[in-house]
Design a protein around this ligand. Structure first.
Ligand code: GLU
Length: 291
């Protein structure tokens, strides 16, 4: 067992552990840079294995986990390596169609080692906006969980309306959290969380540990955050937080690049939690900063 993993029956002590252990249903969103090495178009197999061990641990303690995964474009783009320019939208969509197959094969193989099956669901935000399609998606996801198949979701990149939806799995994950009544949404990213300022520019910048309401001050912090490699950066993460909090779902952002990323959050690693305050009008306690 990794030193980062939490003992099965240990009493949760960190804020993160309390939220993660008490959640009945969780959504885990995985950013492209974590799962795929875009330079060579390869899946980071050992990292994926550790993530899946984390997910299996959650299932074994009676929790349900739905995965929203990016990475299809990153894995499939090597077919366009000969182009010396950024990919056009239809080329990215083609890369996604190719990469998605390899992505799912990798998930299927690794889950199979633990005796788990899985089901692939490709969705767009527009599907969720449509009452009939949303209901179909909800029923499919419930049934997958009922039959013990881990739902793995990605954006349906080939049909996504380019300008509105393409490349926004943060928001899609929050919409999924909303329709399945998830308790916690975990955004695994390439940043530790939300900082008061860009930590690359200002060494005094501090990690915000907890946000209870999204104020203009919080929005300004997100606008200054470096986008790094993630497609949407902190601004789309904040949009996701708003959707999740409105749906009564807590959300956490954490860097997921090390093995066992969920165990790392659970054992109190750096992260930013977005948790709607139960009481309205608490301006003084809107945020908590890391010491
Ligand atoms: N659906 C895209 C992919 O699988 C990624 C979208 C995103 O990262 O937000 O590559």
């Amino acid at each position: 067992m990794s030193s980062l993993q939490v003992q099965k029956n240990s009493v949760p002590t960190t804020t993160s552990a309390i939220h993660l252990v008490s959640a009945r249903r969780l959504i885990v969103k995985i950013g492209s840079t974590l799962i795929a090495d875009a330079q060579i178009g390869e899946i980071r197999g050992l990292w994926l294995q550790s993530l899946i061990e984390d997910v299996v641990r959650f299932y074994k303690r009676g929790q349900q986990v739905i995965i929203v995964t990016s990475g299809a474009v990153a894995v499939g783009s090597r077919h366009f390596n000969h182009l010396d320019r950024p990919l056009r939208i239809e080329e990215k969509q083609t890369a996604a169609a190719i990469g998605q197959v390899r992505l799912m094969l990798a998930y299927a193989q690794k889950f199979k080692c633990h005796g788990f099956g899985l089901g692939q669901v490709l969705l767009t935000c527009e599907d969720i906006d449509d009452q009939h399609r949303r209901l179909n998606a909800q029923l499919t996801l419930e049934q997958l969980l009922n039959v013990g198949a881990v739902p793995i979701i990605n954006e349906n990149d080939a049909t996504a309306t380019a300008e509105i939806c393409f490349g926004d799995n943060d928001r899609l994950a929050a919409r999924v959290a909303e329709i399945v009544n998830a308790d916690v949404l975990i955004l695994l990213s390439d940043v530790d969380g939300l900082f008061t300022e860009d930590p690359h520019d200002n060494p005094e910048a501090r990690l915000v540990k907890e946000v209870r309401c999204i104020t203009p001050e919080i929005e300004a912090m997100a606008a200054h955050s470096p986008a790094r490699h993630s497609s949407g950066g902190m601004v789309t993460k904040l949009m996701a937080a708003r959707i999740a909090m409105d749906a009564g779902c807590a959300m956490v952002i954490a860097k997921g690049n090390k093995p066992y990323p969920l165990a790392a959050i659970e054992s109190g690693g750096p992260s930013t939690w977005f948790i709607r305050s139960p009481k309205a009008g608490m301006p003084d306690t809107c945020t908590k900063l890391a010491p």
